[in-house]
Write a protein that binds this ligand. Sequence first.
Ligand code: UD1
Length: 445
Amino acid sequence: MPEADISLQSWLQIGQGIGMESLKIVGGRALRGQIEIGGSKNATLPILAVSLLCPETLLLRNVPKLSDVSSMLHLVRHLGCTLQVEGKQLLLNTATITTEDAPYDIVRKMRTSILVLGPLLGRFGKARVSLPGGCAIGTRPIDLHLKGFRQMGAEISLEQGYISAVVPGRRLQGAEIELEFASVGATQNLMMAAVLADGVTCITRSAREPEIAQLADCLNSMGADVRGAGSTRIEIHGVQQLHEATYAIEVDRIQSGSYAMMVAASGGQAFLGGMNLEHLGQAREVLTHAGVEMTQYPDGVEVRAATLCPIDVVTAPYPGFPTDLQAQLMVLLSLADGRSTICEKIFENRFMHVPELQRMGADIQLEGDCAIINATPADERTHLGGAAVMATDLRASFCLIMLGLVAEGVTLVQRLYHLDRGYEDITTKLLALGADVKRGKVDAF
Ligand code: UD1
């Protein structure tokens, strides 16, 4: 097999066949050292879908090697996109699309697959995409996506588990779209569709996450005319076609926040290369109040633990505290002396890590969509002990590792495949920070 094909296969195989691996952690070591935070998963996924909008080549830099990225690559490849890999650079070309049909087998692995709907409708005026199906953290409907496409002139029907969408006259029409909720996915999907529409589309109450601005930057570098991304009103002036471009994915803010909290929870000190505090929104203040000391340098952030303090936090769309850092914050606050609360307002079922954290000795009670966390100082703490625990979703997996690093004894985090969706090379990073961890099949430990 030529070398280029081998590296492509290595991308397409991420997360395949290692579903039964676990992480064994021996707790008690403060994390110290330096790691590099990789490219943003949530910026990469929509940008891979962008490649479907343009017959010319899109070169992406700093693409993270994650299983969600691999799933999206499988999907765009299925649709006809050709891929080339050079290190962490991906070249995507969709000069020829072989089908506008995104099948259940690929879509069910990752809900973000729904983001191919906008580009396919925008460029070809038709698409058939499987409904994504259930999700562990909540129902996650896509009604706002579909309502917006209808406003732009698409005729949409749901048949046999598929969304069938067609645009009479092929080109979508610009529209005034007011979202009922600042949905990240709906903002991205509608923005991508509107780029090639006739006229101007305005999306109001749009999501403001930095990944939305990155998507707009990428589209604009390809010749699109997207204005206001990052604010609550995005204006997209349709253009006839896009052209080739090169775009570098920014560093992942959720991974950055996750590792910052992990280092602080362990009582250590580390340099997180590439981290940018500007992208944390209110999470920066929340972490600072909770006792995570962060100093920005040109090439990253130095993190160290101060005295951890209890706080009350509510998750909210950006710039509010992100739901994607909620589980990690819960572990941090389990080590802060006093009573904290975290209310989860984005997803209705995102506390599945709580029973596992309780099994390790954390004092957390659930009351509706709020978690009450009671923590005592380390010397009075009854017991935080290692246990065999089950990862239930991506961010929950990380929080279990965080507590495992602090708890006494051995923790075994099972179902590690969740982690590979969003944390690149985590074992290597933990080892670089001096953690006592080992990854493998349970019977090998
Ligand atoms: C994105 C992120 C995910 C993050 C989430 C919230 C990616 C790949 N994923 O997910 O990591 O946790 O934002 O910040 O970027 N909703 C509707 N109808 C819709 C769409 C959404 O009711 O049509 C609701 C959802 O049920 C949920 C809320 O809006 O309660 C947030 O969803 P959304 O912002 O769309 O999240 P995702 O784009 O799926």
